[in-house]
Design a protein around this ligand. Structure first.
Ligand code: WT7
Length: 663
């Protein structure tokens, strides 16, 4: 969106519907502002009150916040358990027999619907306790890491909560990642146990999760050591009933293990700052970052944002379409909704399989009231046509959410009119794996929205847009988005690499957390996120590090050098374009181009597969040897090359590059 367009859109203000505000937790902008001011002026008092009201504790904390930049300790001295907060606390209330998880599996075909399962809070509690005992039986102790590599089935939530119950640290890996990605993550976190399945379903085919685990556990590093040598047991869920290999002594079946355990599993008393999970995300170097979150602060952030941003009521059926392999799935499929005693919907398959109305069918079938998805999905639905949502009764919806990338005003309007029937407020929520929970967002009963803006900060969050020197910029001037003070659900570091944590997030701008995003604020103080300004791309709402894709490409024997950039894409936000030079004597062919795309799929996963591979004779570099990405971006986008190119080492590279696309 260009500047003029966005200014025009700023004129469009959508105040919260009156009936909505009347029943909302936060009913007016004035009320939001009062609470926000309190949270900023007296943060410790504010957070202490929230921690007391929202969470159940074994032992009260001694100190609300201890801040030694860049390391925060929240609610030190306190003890609690996340699974108790998500399950046990509800059991003796009317929520005990309420649906905790409504799950639907991917249908085989139009005529054969998917499986359905409903787990009440009591049933989920039982499953979590039993599986926690299975983990213990297989050697998992407090502090051990458990890698979870499962499809979108209730057992994914069960496994996460079971880890939380016994104090093990989970690391969920998205089922679309490759064996290689699994191996890297197992190795980085030193996982003792892997929980996986014999397969999952996606668009009618079976995803070979267990096979990937087998492969991952055979991989070795340069020195010939096995990457998965810390893994003692692999627990396999039977889901797809396909043939898999079972390694005697290492692999055990989930359902078999359950025969040996009871449903009695007392929760571990965890310290506030004990790690809850590690989640890997792409950064600007080749190695994914192991973001880790701790117990009390994370849970408080997830719980409070779910309650206020989605304005949860007892009768809500909440559906966040994210996979549990991403942070959105952690906070808004599992922890946030369950801590609030809500009903959360999980769906295993793709939005357009077998037909493009899967999501609308599910909303109608289960009376979904709050729906949370990504702009990429919304743009795809726009393309597939209004007839698909129009076939279904979506009148139970009362609130819509968006996350993962900037939502263009056109998609916002379509979402508002076609899905929300002009009656549902839209919350465009900005946050990151690192922030743990939503940071910049409208509160639906309070904040007038502007299509394309994430609007205003959540309680206790102090975002700012600054220039290269770290000084705040004037309204409507672009700059770097930073966050000025610690918040409870912030990451506590990068697993095993606190130095990199300091360098990536706390060096760019003095005394502020650097988000990696570009942003501007308008005259009303509304935030407009522009997108990443580091070497991270946002492809279909997924974060992809260009360096990661580059190192996957150069690991192919034909490739000499690779540079990956983003180009604007109507559907996915950004598309991946790889510029590749080949080793001498190797011919650039169409087959090789396809082979390289496949190679990246194998190395990382289909989400990182380049949309385009362009062969070049050389890459444009500065005299000091740095690849000039700005130029490559222009070439990829097909726009004219402008700006300073005088530092370019070899001018002829440019012309050759532009021609290189025609093999
Ligand atoms: C990056 C974080 C936790 C959300 C899921 C992705 C982009 C996220 C928005 C939004 C504009 C957004 C940012 C951010 N992003 N939400 N509402 N508007 N951009 O989590 O993989 O950690 O990616 O997603 O660029 O830095 P993630």
């Amino acid at each position: 969106m260009n500047a003029i367009e966005s200014v025009l859109h700023e004129e469009r203000l959508f105040p919260p519907p009156k009936e909505f505000s009347a029943q909302a937790h936060i009913k007016s902008l004035a009320q939001y502002k009062r609470m926000y001011r309190e949270s900023i002026e007296q943060p410790e008092r504010f957070w202490a009150k929230q921690a007391e009201n929202e969470l159940v504790w074994f032992k009260r904390w001694k100190r609300v916040l201890q801040w030694k930049e860049p390391v925060a300790r929240w609610f030190d001295g306190g003890q609690l358990n996340v699974s108790v907060n998500c399950l046990d606390r509800h059991l003796d209330t009317p929520v005990g027999n309420k649906a905790a998880i409504i799950w639907e599996g991917e249908p085989d075909s139009v005529s054969k619907p998917g499986e359905e399962r409903v787990l009440t809070y009591k049933q989920l509690h039982r499953e979590v306790c039993r599986f926690a005992n299975v983990l213990k039986r297989n050697g998992v102790r407090r502090g051990d890491r458990v890698l979870i590599y499962l499809p979108m089935v209730p057992e994914a939530a069960v496994a996460m909560l079971a880890c939380a119950r016994i104090g093990a640290i989970h690391s969920v890996v998205f089922g679309g990642f490759s064996a290689h990605a699994v191996a890297d993550r197992v190795c980085d976190c030193g996982a003792k146990v892997i929980v996986t399945a014999d397969g999952g379903y996606r668009r009618g085919t079976i995803v070979q999760l267990k096979k990937n685990v087998d492969e991952a556990l055979k991989m070795t590093d340069e020195r010939g050591r096995r990457l998965g040598r810390t893994v003692e047991k692999v627990i396999v869920l039977r889901r797809a009933y396909n043939e898999i290999h079972i390694e005697e002594g290492r692999d055990v079946w989930w359902h078999r293990e359950l025969e040996y355990v009871t449903a009695d599993c007392p929760p571990e008393k965890m310290n506030s700052e004990d790690p809850l999970f590690i989640l890997y995300t792409s950064g600007s170097t080749g190695k994914p970052k192991g973001i880790f979150h701790t117990t009390a602060g994370y849970l408080l952030g997830a719980k409070m944002t779910t309650k206020y941003v989605f304005d949860l009521r007892d009768t809500d059926v909440f559906w966040c379409t994210a996979d549990v392999g991403w942070v959105t799935g952690h906070s808004y499929v599992v922890y946030g909704p369950l801590a609030n005693g809500a009903t959360t919907v999980m769906y295993e398959g793709a939005p357009n399989w077998p037909e493009p109305d899967r999501f609308w069918r599910i909303i109608e079938k289960y009376d979904v009231t709050v729906f949370y998805t990504a702009p990429t999905a919304i743009r795809a639905f726009m393309k597939w046509g209004e007839e698909w949502p129009r076939k279904h009764d979506l009148s139970t919806l009362r609130l819509l959410g968006s996350v993962g990338e900037p939502i263009n005003p056109e998609a916002w309007m379509w979402y508002y009119e076609v899905i929300g029937g002009k009656r549902c407020p839209i919350v465009d929520t900005w946050w990151q794996t690192e922030t743990g929970s939503i940071m910049i967002t409208p509160l639906p009963g309070a904040t007038p929205t502007k299509p394309g803006s994430a609007t205003l900060p959540f309680f206790g969050v102090a975002p700012e847009v600054v220039d290269d020197q770290g000084r705040p910029v004037s309204p409507n001037v672009g700059g770097k988005l930073v966050i000025r003070r610690p918040w409870p659900s912030m990451l506590r570091g990068l697993w095993g690499d606190m130095k990199r944590y300091q360098e990536v997030y706390w060096k760019e701008v003095p005394h502020a957390y650097f988000t990696g995003d570009g942003c501007r604020r308008d005259k009303d103080g509304y935030f407009w996120i522009v997108g990443r300004i580091d070497d991270v791309l946002n492809v279909a709402g997924h974060r992809i590090g260009t360096a990661e894709v580059e190192s996957a490409l150069v690991s192919h024997s034909a490739v000499a050098e690779a540079a990956v950039v983003g180009r604007p894409d109507d559907l996915k936000g950004q598309a991946l374009v790889a510029f590749v030079t080949l080793k001498s004597g190797i011919k650039p062919t169409r087959d090789l181009r396809e082979e390289l795309r496949q190679h990246v799929t194998k190395e990382i996963g289909a989400i990182a597969r380049p949309d385009e591979v362009r062969f070049a004779e050389a890459l444009p570099k500065t005299r000091s040897g740095k690849i000039m990405r700005r130029l490559l971006k222009s070439i990829a986008a097909g726009t004219e090359i402008n700006g300073d190119t005088t530092t370019l080492e070899d001018f002829s590279v440019l012309t050759r590059l532009s021609q290189a696309e025609e093999d």
